[in-house]
Design a binder for this molecule. Sequence first.
Ligand code: LLP
Length: 432
Amino acid sequence: MFVSKNLDVNENGNLTIGGFDTVELAKKYGTPLYVMDEDMIRSHCRSFKESIDKFYGGNGLVCYASKVFSCKEIYRLVASEGLGVDVVSGGELYTAIAAGTDPKKICMHGNNKTIDELKMALEYGVGRIVADNIYEMKSIDKLCAETGKKADILLRIKPGVDAHTHNFIRTGQIDSKFGFALETGEAFEAVKFALECTNLNFVGIHCHIGSQILDTQGFEAAAEVMLVFIKKIRDELNAEVRDLNLGGGFGIQYTEADDPLPYEAFMEAVSLIVHKFCKENDMPLPFIIIEPGRSIAGPAGVTLYTVGGKKIIPNIRTYVSIDGGMCDNPRYILYQSEYDAVVANKASEPKNTVVTIAGKCCESGDLIGENMPLQECEPGDILAVCATGAYNYSMSSNYNRLLKPAVVFIKGGESRVVVRRETLEDIIRNDI
Ligand code: LLP
């Protein structure tokens, strides 16, 4: 009935998340409100970690891709589950360190890391820097020379496999701003260059083929391509590749149309390729890193709003306005992403209307979705948008000087604020 397993309806007909009444949560904390189910996040962390144990004998690391949802508490949470993290900016790195993340378990990404960000990464001693281009390698090498450090680096490779929701193609990937292309020989030259840099430890290669992927073929194809490259590096450069980082991208259910695989299915399919290739080519199994993001946090979240006005335009559409919108969830305006919505205080009623959910920004495209089936709703009702745990809070903005909502975690019958709601004072904090 609901897109996430942690959603249900209670005896009052209200939507619950992890057993919590969402209408009560809205009353207690106000709206808009992000609610995240801690138990579900933990169970997703475990499922990926157990897959590494099961399919690679524990020879690997799950790095939570923190761009999907970043605040101090999530870094603490994933660390307590034994995960590392992927960060892509000084801001994410700073937050991770402030939350006590072990720097050795941090993987630093970014296609244009600034010198200051690289300095930060080296000062904190992050375990892995994923180099995106030659210019960056030169900068890291120089910074290391100045400070007497040696950096463990991976190279970001474009494997020529571009996976989108339901398909994948193996050409045309030279045109991406991320990483080194294999087809042109650029990646091979980059490895040679890395091996020549005296202050760089070339430890591995990385790829990430896309996001919200609902089948295994793209991952299998990418793993194969990466393994062939590892073999080439061994055969032609006599260099060992310790780490194989296969990125993230595992899809989740947003609407009834999505039919995601259990996470273990992705892990198993890829591990079969890895084991077979290594055996056939007499290669040691690389240390496997994966970077799931959406699949860890996405299904664990809902966003609660209060319904304001309703605008019925005969024969055209009905707009239902809410007290949030593109500022807290810009995924519709950016990608026309679809969501499932529920009137939280009427969750047991049938969805017998079809509406457009409109945000409150001065922007016609500020919608949560169009043609969305929904229960009949009235001003004052609580609207829940499901599976918003990933790429919502982290992509929120203050456009129109709207305040960012609070984030509440629920667990074991308790709810607590992990990110406070912004105040008007916060909005003018940096204004001179
Ligand atoms: N690793 C790397 C290097 C990535 O670039 C990403 C996502 C991930 C891991 C995590 O991928 P996930 O498991 O979450 O699919 N804002 C877009 C998605 C952008 C994905 C960026 N990279 C959205 O809202 O759909």
